[in-house]
Design a protein around this ligand. Structure first.
Ligand code: AQP
Length: 336
């Protein structure tokens, strides 16, 4: 039996948005009172696409500020950046040798991110899921809170753990992780296109609510969010084939911690303009305090650095010890 431990990460690629919050960070905060949690700013994942070094540095600080502003306690949780703990990269190399090329080729995120010019994508982007598996398994984490877009990568993490345990006949050395995906909204969609996920890299800022947006901006973005001409349905099946409507209703449910069915009970038969006013109120109430706190925390960079340094030392202790065991299982000797 493995000790229950949560691990998750967020890339420091700027523009953290409502999707990152409702899909992942909000869940991180809830879990901190139930599990031992390790939360990582996955800066090595960020460089699978070119990052300006100055932007990367400031985005790392902004991500840690977002964690703290959202309610993560840096003493209760281990919070650090991935580049500080070299065991992640070492285990990723081992997993490059465990995972099969065919597994990588099936990853839909690679296909989406590499686009049409696959040959020109970095090798790092292709093997990104192996590093993600290493991030999780170096801590022998058992539970991983993520948005639905990461589900396939977690299935791969499970496959890698099983293959490693099997190849090296080491019982259940690596746990088979369980994804923790939010129920009411597993994937927050773009405000401009209900078929696309809300994303940092989308060109149009109107497609997402950034955690640092102020009240007026949030209000405007929600008022302009795409909907259809039909009123809000009273039953869930009335949301079928209405991606934009479903998205806004689900966002409201998630922001207020209620079920989609309850939202439909309250707003069924009403038009979207009434609903959008309420949605905007909820978003402003939940997001603006976080945005204001992020801005405040960013003024004290040494405080943020100190959290990262302490977290890195705590993470490194666990990771180094596990890496030593892993090397022994494989038959590798580390003389340093
Ligand atoms: N739209 C989303 N809905 C629900 N969850 C989401 N997540 C991201 N977008 C949504 C979750 O947020 C966590 C951190 O994600 P990430 O920053 O590591 O990378 P990402 O998934 O690639 O985020 P973006 O915004 O989509 O970035 P780009 O545009 O660079 O691709 C993860 O748990 C993720 O599931």
């Amino acid at each position: 039996m493995h000790k229950k431990r949560v691990f998750s990460g967020v890339q420091p690629t700027g523009n953290l948005h409502l999707g990152n919050y409702l899909g992942a960070i909000k869940n991180f905060v809830e879990l901190q009172n139930k599990f031992e949690c390790v939360y990582c700013i996955v800066d090595l994942h960020a460089i699978t696409n070119h990052q300006d070094p100055k932007d990367l540095k400031s985005n790392i600080l902004e991500t840690i500020a977002t964690f703290i502003a959202s309610g993560l306690d840096p003493e209760k949780n281990i919070i650090f950046n991935q580049a500080s703990v070299s065991a992640h990269s070492e285990l990723a190399w081992i997993f490059n040798c465990v995972a099969r090329i065919g597994w990588m080729n099936r990853m839909t995120q690679f296909k989406e991110k590499a686009g049409v010019n696959k040959e020109n994508a970095s090798v790092g982007l292709l093997v990104y899921p192996n590093l993600m598996a290493a991030d999780i398994l170096i801590y022998k984490a058992t539970h991983v809170p993520v948005g639905e877009d990461q589900k396939q990568h977690l299935e791969l993490t499970r496959d890698i753990a099983k293959k490693f345990n099997n190849d090296f006949k080491c019982g259940n050395y690596f746990p088979i992780v369980e994804p923790l995906i939010p129920k009411e909204i597993s994937r927050v969609m773009s405000l401009r296109d209900g078929k696309k996920k809300m994303s940092k890299s989308e060109d149009s800022d109107q497609s997402r609510i950034n955690l640092k947006d102020d009240k007026d901006i949030i209000d405007k973005k929600i008022k302009r969010a795409k909907t259809d001409n039909n009123p809000i349905p009273s039953e869930i099946n009335g949301l079928e084939n209405r991606d934009e409507a479903k998205n806004l209703i689900s966002i409201f449910a998630s922001l207020n911690g209620i079920k989609v069915s309850e939202v439909l009970k309250e707003f069924g038969g009403k038009n979207f303009s009434t609903f959008k006013n309420k949605l905007s109120e909820s978003a402003v109430e939940k997001i603006c305090p976080i945005g204001n706190e992020i801005k405040k925390l960013l003024k004290d960079k040494s405080y943020l650095d100190q959290i990262l340094e302490t977290g890195a030392k705590r993470a490194d202790l666990i990771a180094k010890n596990n890496l030593k065991e892993i090397y022994e299982i494989i038959g590798l000797t580390k003389f340093t």
